[in-house]
Design a protein around this ligand. Structure first.
Ligand code: DOR
Length: 440
C-alpha cells in the first residue's frame, strides 16, 4: 500500500526538518519527504491512501528503550500482543523489552522466543534486552555474546541493580567488545532496603519506609567511575534525582561516553502523588520532590538526559490493590508518555524537535546498528523519515484535549497515577512498518 500524508507539520531532527510538507510511504519504507516549496512527490500507483494532516505533527515513530512486556511467564500482567498494541496507541513503533520475565531473558532461547512471538503477534518492532547476570541474580554474567547474536540489543538487570562492582566492571568491558549498551538500574539496595517511597518528611508522615535519593546517586557515581575505567557503554536508566543529573552532567563534561534516560512520571509529578497511599504512584526509583523534577527538566533541556523512556511496568489491578508496602512498583506508561512529554513543549522546556529527538532519534542512535542486524535492516532505518527508512510514522493531533481513562487503556496494566488527568495532544494515526492504525 502507498500512503501520502499531506500538509502536516513534519518534525524530523535527523534531517533538521521542522515545517509543513508531505510524506510518502510505499509498502514498508519511507519513499520521501517534500517541503511545501518542492515539487509533488511522485507515485505511479493508483492504490494510494491520502491523509490530510493539516495542523498535525508528522513525526518518526517513537522508540521506547525501556518497556516491560512481561511475556514469557507473566502474561496475566501483559503480553507481547497487548503491550505492543499499547505502544502503537501511544505513538511508539519500536519497543525494547526488559528481561525481568519468567524465565528471565538470560539465554538465547528466551530471546528467540520473544522475537518469534513478536513476529507472530506484535503490532510494532520489538527488540529484546538481555539480562546482565544469570537469573538477574547478580552472581554470574549471562552469555552476552550469544544473546547478542540471538537479537538482544542491550543488557540490563532492570528491576534490580548489579550490586557486585566487579561484575559490573566485567559487563562494561564486554559491552565494549560487543558494542552493546549496558543499561544500569542504579540502586544501592543496602541503602534502599525495605523502602517503598522517597525518603523524607512525607515518608515519615505517612509512616512508610523511605528510599533515599543517595541510594540512586552512589550507584550512578560508581557506574560512571566504572565506565571511565573500562571505556564501556553505560546507559543510566530512569534518572529520578537532582544529584544523579548533576553527576551525569559532570561526567559528560569530562568526556565520559555515557547516556541517560528519564521517564514522564519523573518530570510530571512528585512524591505528593503517593498521599492517600496511592499504589499507582508506587514506582522504583520512587517519585521524588519538586527540586528533583526541576533538575530533571533542566537536564532534559541542556542535553544531560538524552532520552525519554516510559519504563512501562504493567501490573494486575488486584496486585496494586494490596497495602502500599506489598503492592508491586511500576506505572503503565506507553499510553500517556507522548502527551505528558508534549507538556514540556508547551512549557518551553523542550522544542518539539528536541522532544522527538529524545523519543525517537536518540534511542535509535544509542541502539545504532544493533536494531538493524537481527531483522537485516539497513543502519539508520529507524528514528528518521529519510528515504529508505522503515515506514514508522506517527500523526499527532497536538490540539486535541482528552481525559486519561485508565480503564480504557489497551494495555492490561491500568496502573497509572495520571488517571483522570486532562492532557493535550494524542496520536491519531500510527504507521508501523507500513501497517496503519487509526485511533480517533
Ligand atoms: O517500578 C518499577 N517497576 N521499577 C523497575 O525497575 C521494575 C519495574 C517492574 O518490572 O515492574
Amino acid at each position: 500500500m502507498k500512503i501520502l500524508i499531506k500538509n502536516g507539520h513534519i518534525i524530523d531532527p535527523s534531517q533538521q526538518i521542522d515545517g509543513i510538507g508531505d510524506v510518502l510511504i510505499e509498502e514498508e519504507k519511507i519513499k520521501g519527504v517534500r517541503s511545501q516549496k518542492q515539487n509533488e512527490l511522485r507515485t505511479q500507483n493508483s492504490e494510494l491512501r491520502t491523509i490530510d494532516a493539516k495542523g498535525m505533527f508528522v513525526i518518526p515513530g517513537l522508540i521506547d528503550m525501556h518497556t516491560h512486556l512481561r511475556e514469557p511467564g507473566l502474561e496475566y500482567k501483559e503480553t507481547i500482543k497487548t503491550g505492543t498494541l499499547a505502544a502503537v496507541k501511544g505513538g511508539f513503533t519500536t519497543v525494547c523489552c526488559m528481561p525481568n520475565t519468567n524465565p528471565v531473558n538470560d539465554h538465547a532461547s528466551v530471546t528467540e522466543f520473544i522475537l518469534k512471538r513478536a513476529s507472530e503477534e506484535g503490532y510494532c518492532s520489538v527488540f529484546p534486552i538481555g539480562a546482565i547476570t544469570k537469573g538477574q541474580k547478580g552472581e554470574e554474567l549471562a552469555e552476552i555474546g550469544t544473546m547478542k547474536d540471538a537479537g538482544c540489543v542491550a543488557f540490563s538487570d532492570d528491576g534490580r541493580p548489579v550490586m557486585n562492582s566487579l561484575l559490573m566492571r566485567r559487563a562494561l568491558e564486554y559491552s565494549k567488545i560487543f558494542g552493546v549498551p549496558i543499561i544500569s538500574h542504579c540502586e544501592d539496595t543496602n541503602l534502599s532496603e525495605g523502602g517503598v517511597m522517597n525518603e523524607g518528611l512525607l515518608s515519615t508522615t505517612l509512616g512508610l519506609k523511605g528510599m533515599p535519593d543517595v541510594a540512586e546517586e552512589v550507584m550512578v557515581a560508581r557506574d560512571i567511575a566504572l565506565a571511565e575505567l573500562t571505556g564501556g557503554r553505560l546507559h543510566i536508566a530512569h534518572v529520578s534525582t537532582e544529584g544523579s543529573v548533576r553527576l551525569i552532567r559532570d561526567a559528560k563534561e569530562r568526556g565520559i561516553n555515557i547516556t541517560a534516560e528519564t521517564c514522564p512520571h519523573y518530570f510530571s509529578i512528585t512524591e505528593d502523588a503517593v498521599k492517600g497511599y496511592n499504589t499507582n504512584a508506587k514506582v522504583n526509583p520512587p517519585l521524588r520532590t519538586k527540586k528533583d523534577v526541576e533538575a530533571i527538566k533542566k537536564g532534559l533541556k541542556d542535553g544531560t538526559i538524552d532520552i525519554i523512556a516510559t519504563d512501562h511496568a504493567p501490573h494486575r489491578i488486584d496486585e496494586k490493590l494490596r497495602e502500599f508496602d506489598f503492592a508491586p512498583s511500576g506505572i503503565s506508561g506507553l499510553e500517556t508518555a507522548l502527551s505528558l512529554s508534549l507538556r514540556l513543549v508547551e512549557e518551553g522546556v523542550l522544542t518539539a524537535s528536541q522532544m522527538v529527538e529524545k523519543m525517537s532519534l536518540n534511542p535509535a542512535r544509542i541502539l545504532g546498528s544493533l536494531i538493524t542486524h537481527h531483522l537485516s535492516l539497513v543502519a539508520g532505518s529507524k528514528g528518521t523519515l529519510k528515504p529508505g527508512a522503515d515506514a514508522d510514522v506517527v500523526i499527532v493531533d497536538t490540539i486535541k484535549e482528552f481525559k486519561v481513562e485508565a480503564e480504557k487503556f489497551v494495555s492490561k496494566g491500568k496502573n497509572t497515577p495520571f488517571d483522570g488527568w486532562m492532557l493535550k495532544g494524542i496520536p491519531i494515526i500510527t504507521i508501523s512498518m507500513g501497517r496503519m492504525y487509526e485511533w480517533q
